[in-house]
Design a protein around this ligand. Sequence first.
Ligand code: COA
Length: 458
Amino acid sequence: MADKLVVAECGVIAEADCQDADCSPPMQDWLTEYNRRLRPAHDALDAVRSDQRVYVHMGAAAPLALLDALCGHAARLRNVEVLHCITIGPAPYTDAGYAESFRHNALFVSANTRNAVQEGRADFIPVFLHEIEDLFTSGVLPLDVALIQCAPPDRHGWMSLGTGVDISLTAARAARTLIVEVNPEMPRTCGDSMLHVSEAAFIVEASHPLPVFDQGEVTDVHRAIARHVSALIPDRATLQIGVGGIPEAVLASLKDHKGLGIHTEMFSDGLIPLIECGAVDNAHKTLHPHKVVTSFVLGTKTVYDYIHDNPVFEFLPNRYTNSPQVIAQNDRMVAVNAALEVDLSGQVCSDSIGPVPFSGVGGQADFIRGAAHSKGGVPVIALPSTAKGGKLSRIVPTLKPGAGVVTSRADVHWVATEFGAVNLHGRNVRQRAEALISIAHPDFRTELEQIGATLFVR
Ligand code: COA
């Protein structure tokens, strides 16, 4: 992953590298700019003041050295809002001991911030992923400081946002002060993935591996769901698939498909074998043919290495990748997203367990709507029929009080469990209840019919 122009340990781009490359005068200019902006992490974080809003780069790109340094300023800071969509790796600003200094505001609740949100030490904003950037640029959520992690600059002074363009490119440019952590372990990615050295107020060098995302176990239930979902996916489909056991199992079941393409908000390890075996060739995509369109990557070092300098990938911001109007321009768009609970009328809860925030809205509704409007599109919600070791049905007469509806019952189409897949679109509420009961776990069907009869099944 080492670049031609790696940043030397001393903090100055190595002379020898500069001589090896074609150093035109503009390059010398950016080298000067780069070195002028270099700071130790603690000094760079002097820029943060009490009562400010600080954006943190999303996903695997959370700038760990800058976050440590931010916490090093806790004693002088009060009421700093730390805002991000999802990060993996440590989130030290959520520690209870920093409660007076920092309060996290989650655009998506991730595993590393869930306790803080659920214990009331952090907050949650329900929002469509494709609309978040507008919050930064419209003045609804103005950003004081953005903490971003990039790969080292290329010979023109451009630093790649690596694993995440998502909402972070816009955040970096919307923030009044941009602080960039330059990490040689960050892959350099193609697409709208570059920030120029001159855009940063301060640059901090750090070298550390990117955190790895735990995909969870793929179970027999996930594989059974995947069999029903893959039967809905035609050859030459364009896919959006998230992370977790169900998406991994669906991807593993698609190796015999032909001519598939990818347009997704998130890319992970499970898609690599499909590209390598030729099932995904992107050749038949009606938008961005021959390219994998994505906005961020979560996974292991394997996928982080795979995207490095790989021109098949087009990393683009979420306001584009997740716009339902853009998604719909892909014919045969298949969106597969998971859920926590579905009620008998088809309302899909995916972001909370009752009133308790669990994850977020993310791109689910964006892709379900985009796929619904695509020619030959297939929007799918997939979930195991039960939770808690089979004790709870996830097909329920009514959602738990306080549950968040991510996909509305007017948006929902296919719902799949390990017992089959049913299409609710255009069906009345009584027909939906009957269809959903047919794919509920058999242990709960009688109870669902009895309660459902008092609600919908007349
Ligand atoms: N009642 C109570 N608890 C429930 C439950 C229910 N109806 N359904 C699930 N749970 C529990 C599970 O038991 C599990 O608990 P555990 O971690 O203690 O075992 C936990 O909630 C997570 O359930 P699981 O089915 O394993 O979730 P997942 O990891 O497959 O994620 C979503 C599912 C819905 C949370 C996830 O897909 C998501 O966040 N979606 C919204 C955003 C989105 O779809 N974006 C687009 C794709 S990137």
